[in-house]
Design a protein. Sequence first.
Length: 179
Amino acid sequence: MTPDLETRRLLLLPPIVADAEQIQRIFPQWEIVKYLGKVVPWPYPPDGAMTFLRDQMLPSMKRGDGWAWTIRLKAAPARIIGFISLHNREETHRGFWIVPEHQGQGLMTEACNAVTDFWFNTLNMLVLRVPKAVPNIGSRRISEKQGMRLLRTEERDFVSGRYTAEIWEITAKEWNARR
């Protein structure tokens, strides 16, 4: 079960099928998708959000190998401004996006802190690994702020092309020592 999470400025609410319409309106923007993994179809299909929620994310949450939240400002709780998810996979544990008008305000760092704490202190996972395209400076800054370390680089395909990807990591012990 994925619980609601709360930060100083945000509500993180598990997605429901009804969120697909709102996600479909805001997600297909180049500034959001360009550094996401190539698994994201581009151009984004008209039913992309529904297909993602119905066929991938919600079943993963039901199986207990994925956890996800819509990101909303406490000041406007009906409006989705982003999405963050955790996955019990070998190399890609966390992914996220936020609408361009809310980038650079520390909101995603807040969301990542809440979700990372959930990963380690509710799910009792031992390590968190996150890949990111080298040009995605904002995402890199979040990993640095969280105390992650760069493990290695490798080539990966993203929506906007092939880039060097950095794989960042932090352990539960390291995370909890920082909190």
